[in-house]
Design a binder for this molecule. Sequence first.
Ligand code: C2E
Ligand code: MG
Ligand code: MG
Length: 614
Amino acid sequence: MRVVEDAVNRRNPGIKGRRKGERMENLEVLFLGSGSPWVLVASRTLADAGLQVEMASKDDDFLSTLESRKPGLLLVDADSSAGEGFDACKAARQSPAGENIPVLLVTEHQNTEKAFAAGATDVVISPPDPAILIHRSQALLAAGRAFQEVKKSRESLEQLAYFDRLTALPNRAMFRELLAHELARGQRSQAPVAALLLDIDRFKEINETRGYQLGDQLLEMVAARLLQSLRKTDYVARSADGNSAPVARQGGDEFALLLTDLAHIDDAGRVAQRILQSLVQPFVLGGEEIFVTASVGIAVAPNDGSDVDSLLQSAETAMYCAKRQGGNNFQFYAESMNEAMIKRLDLEANLRRSVERDQLVLFYQPLIDISKRQLVGMEALLRWMHHDLGMVSPGEFIPVAEETGLIVPIGRWVLRTASRQLHHWHDEGFEWLRMAVNVANRQLREPGFVTDVQEILEETGLDPSRLELEVTESSVMKNDSETLEALQELRKLGVRLAVDDFGTGHSVLTYLRDFPLNTLKIDRSFINGVATDGKDAAITSAVIAMAHRLDLRVVAEGVETEDQLSFLTRHDCDECQGFLFSRPVPAAEIAEILADEIRSRRSRQSGKSQLKAG
Ligand code: C2E
Ligand code: MG
Ligand code: MG
């Protein structure tokens, strides 16, 4: 006991040793009690024994004192004011600040049991004998301190066992535990869980050429970037409790990530892509810029493994596959995703950059007036010239652009470019030309769309009636008020409206009545069979007749043969477009088509005058 006391005295000079007004951070004894006559004497006795004591009463907010002063012992006079001391003891025990503090209760003999039930660590019979009170207080203080030390060392052991010392990220062991937990949860909730393994490309080289110290610094910086890139971003990188997805260091230059509650498997690819993106900026180390890339392997449970080992094994296989591809990419473990999905993600990433990189171009396909056999307009069709993928067809990338919202800026570019081109052709003397531009549903529902169209019309000085916007049948089929409103506004501007791909949307014909349309474009799939398939022929002729009754112009899409054209001529179809006349071509080639058109118009004109003269 001597040893303990010495230690206590050495560490704490007690009340006597302190200057007035000075508050020690950690208090030794918080003494709760006011009622009993022995309290004042006891507090002085304790102070004289070198203990630092502070008085509190139940009326004070003693729980917050408990929290702020963090005493080593709570001494309670339990008999004060009608047993309030017992309640205070209970309350202290239930508070986070008080659950681990030893409590010494002073009470009458018959209340001993009640005292322990209230959570007391030890009991002294009141009125307390001063020597016993000092002795018990000091013993409990020492025990409490020992408990805290054990707790602290257990925590630091845990820190050592579960966290990486260099980056302070969870380590491999912790990651495995988290993963096991999430796999079990995922099994219950049926939600996919993905493990990502990331390995820095050519890290060995960096380590060897620039030294291990710099290598370590780089790893720390990479860890920080990973955390940052996951934190500031969307829901996919968040775990169910709203925290960031856990990132762990697996050892060496390998990191691991756990993604839970994925809505789609390809969300894991999006995260991987974003991580790779986060590494693009060089790391500045020792005044030098270091460029780092990484390879990421993704495995999704339960397809690629339903337990920790097999899932990590699959992620590793995928990671090595990414390495073999030259690094700086991610790979799904082959079974979890087909190639199309990966290609699609790739497409999305590339598409984002397509506008700024000037990779988009418009092709134009002539629209022919059937009865006059005259060129009357063009349809603008978007093309994406990708330096690796070559020409990507709109069928492939428009849906991706719609899903991601990229169609909004892209569509605006299309509309502006096509309008300028048309204005240019008008200036060159082809003022009768019309331009059809495709508009996605997503664009129509965008609040600023009508204003965009208006601005573009003003900017180019184009006659609005020369512009025809083609909306898909599925856009108008939804029959929602936003779309209807947008279409009405557009009509007020004077632009024309067409329904594209008519017949492909399991048509609900009511929209033909409700929407302010000018033109109906019969889908290629019907035109294809008009000359050979009785049903296609019947549908097409009926659609033409119906459209005319509704005062709509009819355009046939995808006319490839003379037979198809003669069918359409017989059934009074107004216009057509298709490979029979021309494929969609760049603007430069349209110049030749326009020159031909002028020649044939002139010869027709002179033919007519000759006839008249004759
Ligand atoms: P669409 O608006 O129905 O365009 C007609 C499509 O049919 C074009 O395909 C055209 O090349 C093709 N085509 C024309 N004549 C023939 C023919 O005789 N035979 C065959 N087999 N095909 C013919 P493309 O250019 O691949 O465009 C596909 C679709 O992508 C378009 O269908 C349109 O829905 C969409 N699209 C194209 N450009 C844009 C755009 O700028 N914005 C939006 N939102 N969608 C666009
Ligand atoms: Mg179209
Ligand atoms: Mg079409």
